[in-house]
Design a protein around this ligand. Sequence first.
Ligand code: G6P
Length: 607
Amino acid sequence: MCGIVAYAGPRDAVPIMLEGLARLEYRGYDSAGIAVVGRSGDLRVRKVKGRVARLADDLPARFKGSPAIGHTRWATHGEPSDANAHPHVSGSVAVVHNGIIENADELRAKLAGDGVEFASATDTEVLAHLIARAADDAGDLEGAVRRALTSLVGTYGIAVIDARRPERIVVARNGSPVVLGIGEREMFVASDLSALVRYTRQVVHLDDGELATVEAGGFRTSTLDARATAKSPSVIDWEPGQYDTGSYDHFLQKEIHEQPSAVRRALSGRLDTRFHTAHLGGLELDARQAREFRRVKIIGCGSAYYAGLMGAQLIEELARVPAGAEPASEFRYRNPVVEHDTLYIAVSQSGETYDTLAAVQELRRKGGRVLGVVNAVGSAIARECDGGVYLHAGPEISVASTKAFTSTAVVLALIALHLGRIHDLSPADGRRIADGLRALPEQIEEILAHEDHIAALARDLVRHPGMFFIGRVRGYPVAREGAQKLKEISYLHAEAYQASELKHGPLALVGPELPTVAVVPDDELFDKNVSTLGQVRARHGRVLAVAHRAGAVAENADDVIVVPKNQPELDPILLTIPLQILAYHAAVELGHDVDKPRNLAKSVTVE
Ligand code: G6P
């Protein structure tokens, strides 16, 4: 979704803005813009509907200067258009904003009553006018921003410049990330680390309710009510090369292939060979506290939720503690009963998803204990939780989640092992699971080696208008994630069902036109799965089985993708990988923008 970049320093800021905005493209956007203070002290603004490349082509040669602010916009208030693109300007002030101003209509009416004329339909323009009006003759930009923000209800990450005070940028955060990047006598600002890694490793994350004045020589932070805050920089460990596709055609393909190394990192230093358990320092729970939880509830959105479904089964199986998963968006709106003996786990790759963040805040407000399973270090959700475990999957750029999904499932398996060994999981079973986890990276490599076979199946399957994905119990979250991947990037209709539910309704749709992708692990439900395949085939439905043994399902499937066998509890992680590859090649075959699917954003930072 929306992205912010800003720069204060001796260099021409415009190339830095264009580079930073290009780095933010992956988040999803529909327009882009830059405001810069020119060498002669004038404010210059260019903004266009469409891609950053179009903005770059549109810039006149004299569009140069410093400081500057830049933005990629994902429309919420007002359609995607040149006028609605950020920055928004009032007099000498220019503003870029991520988030939503909830009382924008009210403020707009008030400003219009005072004679202010609006150039856009956005909520952000309201803020630009409020700041310009709050600025006094002395040009105290920080004070003006502070005063303007007091009348605002909603979420924001903002960056503001004023051509009358060309040495500074004022930024503020409430619910939408703002990170400062510290350079050599220059400062950078971004809403996402990806825009900073080319320039600096030293960063400072603003907290909610914090404001900063940034100048080339440094920065100072304070709360909205002007109390100074002390911040110490942290060091980013993500490499700039992680933001390139390298030898792959797309980020999605690269990230699918990064899964063995991502899983190795998720496991690194976390398996205990003495007690056959997992060490997870960030949980902030001792064994006695962990035993007191009688239930586990996992919340997340999209693929994070499906990984949560997988994790809930793992926790229930290994720890024998009732566990379930629910979309965070639904959870927070149904006034959840928060129990003191339920352990809540919030799952999010980006750590920014607004629905998940708001659910965590609601849970903590009611006294619930929440752990985060998050990829982005220092992100809003990670900071909001009582404790947690980082994925260390590295940046995930493609909108459709793959390596973060797999790493989440692996981290939830570690939590399940840890809770299991505190409860009644035997040392022998603990060792079995730990060995299974260690085997995953090589087994994923084995699956990746069959990419060509899966690609050929994908090319064939896309001739159909849609597909069913079915799985039983452990296979069901696999089917959900498989269907999600396919619909996200190929735009084919894909629906996931519990295999047992097929005969209770969806079977009416089965026929030669609608193939079924069936998850058929070699477990105690194998025979039942095979009999479901028989029901599909009896209606002339085509079956693609993802199974451990080709021979065993061959009679009831048109095609089989064979996946190496691990432990039954961990098999779902491996069974998902071919479905990612299938979706990827289906989207490539159909000629879609694989990494930036239509209508979707990587981090959904609004409701
Ligand atoms: C968006 C993305 C999905 C993602 C979901 C949760 O909807 O399009 O691919 O699974 O957000 O994202 P998170 O960053 O919280 O894991």
